[in-house]
Design a binder for this molecule. Structure first.
Ligand SMILES: Nc1ncnc2c1ncn2[C@@H]1O[C@H](COP(=O)(O)OP(=O)(O)OP(=O)(O)O)[C@@H](O)[C@H]1O
Length: 290
């Protein structure tokens, strides 16, 4: 039975708080994944269906209602990996990230710097909100503390796991030799090789911060939200990592991706100190991020 306004009791408040909490958690699970666009689509669909019912458009509302039921099952099949990842995250023990991520990020930046100096190609994905379990499963499972010598050994030219990407979760390397999804070769970054397109592809589908060292140019870059940032030197990389991973663990905004920029891979490497910055017309949010 409805409670008259003015007679809100403790249960009602608790009910509202819990629903708000669940909605927010649902948002956190989806933010930064490709499922966000689908949710938007569903909301539009539901809006049209609701309007059709209000306006008494019987046939349209019947058809949309039927399509909705079928669509629900189709979505479960289509988004099975995301649903699995979301449940995996719900069940993951808290506090595993480790309190020393600041030190881990410094170590990562130092390792990247060393790899770049030696022109050793490297690809490292740092997990944020979106679980990277399904990508880790494509490689070899590890459980090692992030350290400079370990990362150098992993990416050394003849090392068995140097091909593919490494995944970092908190302060640990959890997988190496992983296959990341490639960004399509007809987009903005078509002139780039597969290492960079794998970094872009993963950053497009997840909120991971993906670090790439180019074997060809010895440059270090960050891929985020399907975009590639400028060449960075060690200090700049450390600072960016602190901003993106340590200080702002929340998912990146997908609403204002940075505009493409950067010289192509065939162009000479810019000196880190004079590395190109994002173009002026890039949105401020992303300019701050990359
Ligand atoms: N799908 C993928 N997932 C993870 N790593 C990949 C993937 N595809 C390629 N790589 C890595 O990229 C390497 C090849 O890099 P390639 O030279 O094609 O790219 P690039 O972007 O030009 O990089 P670089 O500037 O270092 O040469 C492979 O040896 C492998 O380690």
């Amino acid at each position: 039975m409805l409670t008259p306004i003015g007679q809100v009791n403790v249960q009602d408040v608790l009910d509202i708080v819990l629903v708000a909490f669940l909605v927010y958690q649902g948002y956190l699970l989806l933010a930064g994944t490709r499922a966000v666009n689908v949710v938007r689509g569903i909301l539009v669909f539901a809006g049209v269906w609701f309007a059709a019912r209000l306006l008494g458009l019987t046939t349209l509302s019947y058809l949309l209602g039927r399509a909705g039921t079928v669509g629900l099952f189709a979505l479960i099949v289509l988004f099975q990996p995301e649903l699995r990842a979301a449940l995996e995250r719900v069940g993951r023990p808290r506090g595993r990230e480790g309190a020393d991520s600041g030190a881990t990020l410094q170590t990562l930046a130092r390792a990247m710097d060393r790899l770049a100096e030696r022109k050793t190609g490297a690809l490292i994905a740092i997990e944020r909100q979106t679980p990277l379990g399904e990508y880790a499963a494509t490689g070899v499972t590890l459980d090692a503390v992030v350290s400079v010598p370990f990362l150098e050994a992993l990416f050394a030219r003849n090392a068995p796991l140097h091909d593919g990407g490494v995944i970092v979760q908190g302060s640990r390397v959890v997988a190496a030799g992983c296959l990341f999804p490639l960004q399509s070769s007809d987009g903005t970054y078509r002139r780039y090789g597969t290492r960079h397109r794998a970094a872009l592809g993963l950053s497009e589908l997840t909120d991971a911060v993906v670090l790439v060292v180019s074997e060809e140019r010895g440059s270090m870059r960050i891929a985020l939200g399907g975009r590639l940032g400028p060449d960075l030197n060690g200090a700049e990389l450390r600072e960016k990592l602190r901003e993106l991973v340590y200080e702002q663990p929340s998912p990146p905004s997908r609403t204002a991706p940075p505009a493409p920029q950067e010289p192509g891979p065939a162009e000479p490497a810019a000196h880190p100190a004079t590395a190109p910055r994002l173009r002026d017309d890039v949105s401020e949010t992303v300019q701050e991020r990359l």
